[in-house]
Design a protein around this ligand. Structure first.
Ligand code: F6R
Length: 261
């Protein structure tokens, strides 16, 4: 696991976006796994800038998103489909038919999850998976207590995630936040060939500590990344504050990336 500790989220977002831009430029048919939430927003705008500057084209790129709330239509302002359209897809030259988000209105949500998994397999699997991390260590909506081998399925949000999401996206209204979602599983996520996680701010420091230095455990589903051989975490100083081997990771990972002398 590589941990790149950056000056701030602007720097981290730019480096992570450059990594994706370079991958798409090298392979125009790259398959991306994408995340929503507040964390990747800056990275997405850096990716869009790179498209404008003609550094990469997403015409042939295909994407699959991590998750979607149950019961929300893609046109709903709080849906993750809507979020992706606004924050990335409408700003780059991707074909919307090449973008995939789980259908929160599916009559049979479990069947929808199985269909999604089959689609990803048919596309040859995910080349690069983008992740955020919840303050309780979740990736996608895989809350503490979820098997590290889980597959895409219907999941339940913990009260702390409902609270976090109410604050950020539902004008503080806890009742408005759906309590279930359709989510890629931890096992599904870990099959991606490369993983890029972003983590910013003090409220992520325990989650980052658990992910990087905690035991591999279903109590912090992000810790499954320790078993992945090409997982990168880009964080700012506050998110990295509790890491014991902070200086070592910072030096090793930055040197590997060639961003520090
Ligand atoms: C979003 C997702 C979630 C978020 C996590 C962090 O698609 O799967 O796991 O990445 O909840 O959210 P933010 O970035 O809003 O702190």
């Amino acid at each position: 696991m590589e941990v790149v500790i950056c000056k701030n989220k602007e720097e981290a977002s730019k480096i992570a976006a450059d990594m994706i831009t370079a991958a798409v430029a090298a392979n125009p048919r790259t398959v991306l796994g994408l995340a929503t939430g507040s964390t990747p927003v800056l990275m997405y705008s850096e990716m869009a800038k790179a498209v404008k500057a003609k550094k990469a084209s997403y015409r042939q790129v295909k994407t699959w998103n991590l998750d979607e709330y149950e019961g929300l239509a893609g046109t709903h302002e709080q849906s993750y489909r809507y979020f992706m359209n606004k924050n990335l897809f409408e700003k780059i030259d991707i074909r919307i038919s090449n973008t995939h988000v789980l259908n929160g209105l599916a009559k049979d949500p479990e069947k929808e999850c199985a269909r999604y998994e089959a689609q990803i397999r048919k596309a040859g699997g995910i080349d690069i998976q983008v992740l955020g991390i919840g303050s309780d260590g979740h990736i996608a909506f895989n809350e503490p207590g979820t098997s590290l081998q889980s597959r895409t399925s219907v999941v339940y949000l913990t009260p702390s995630t409902v609270r976090d999401n109410a604050r950020l996206f539902f004008h503080g209204d806890m009742k408005a936040v759906p309590k279930r979602a359709l989510s890629m599983g931890v096992g599904t996520i870990c099959e991606a060939r490369k993983i890029i996680m972003l983590a910013f701010g003090r409220n992520k420091q325990d989650a980052v500590k658990g992910c990087v230095e905690g035991p591999v455990s279903q109590f912090c589903t992000a810790s499954a990344l320790q078993m992945h051989n090409d997982a990168w975490i880009f964080c700012d100083e506050p998110a990295a504050a509790k890491l014991k081997l902070k200086e070592y990771y910072s030096w090793r990972s930055a040197t590997k990336l060639g961003i520090r002398k």
